[in-house]
Design a protein around this ligand. Sequence first.
Ligand code: GDP
Length: 197
Amino acid sequence: MVIKTADFVKSSGKWQECPEPNIPEYAFIGRSNVGKSSLINAMMNKKDLAKTSQTPGKTQLINHFLVNDGWYLTDLPGYGYAKVSKVQRKDFEKLITNYILNRRNLVNLFVLIDVRHNPQKIDLEFIQWCGESGIPFSIIFTKADKLKGNAVVKNVDAYKAELHRTWEDLPELYITSAEKKEGCDEILNFIGKTNDF
Ligand code: GDP
């Protein structure tokens, strides 16, 4: 898919405040600092569409971008902040889980994982929740350029092994680097394939 236009629409603090769910939507989520903004910017061929390196935990808003006048790319706030209170975390979890469960135009959720790390409990729990809730989702490994040799394959295999403990069929997996613009076309092709834009 060629990106012709990508424009910021709105930031929303509640799922009910989000734009009308009248066109297909693809959402991106992951822990803070996973490289979500960088990947969105790389895919959309824009430098500052999604802000990079915001203070973790500060902005817990849902950001909608309109792409090619046909679909929403949604930047969901990162989960797993260490620096917020339990109450804040609960409110925040409610915001994203309500959003994901209630957004009827959501075609696919992309769960971002930093490929440099061993399988992390918080990511595995989130993926588990997606699977149990019947959410259509894929996994995107980020920052592949930061690893050398076969370390990417090794870490992806470790994740696969963890997921296979529960699930026989695994979701679609993408290996990306925002820095090198790797994997962006594959994700956009998937989006194009699942809808007729
Ligand atoms: P976000 O909090 O998930 O939106 O993460 P950011 O996009 O702000 O990225 C966090 C940090 O990781 C920044 O310093 C980025 O420059 C860096 N980063 C993000 N993606 C990549 C990547 O693909 N390769 C490399 N080398 N660094 C990256």
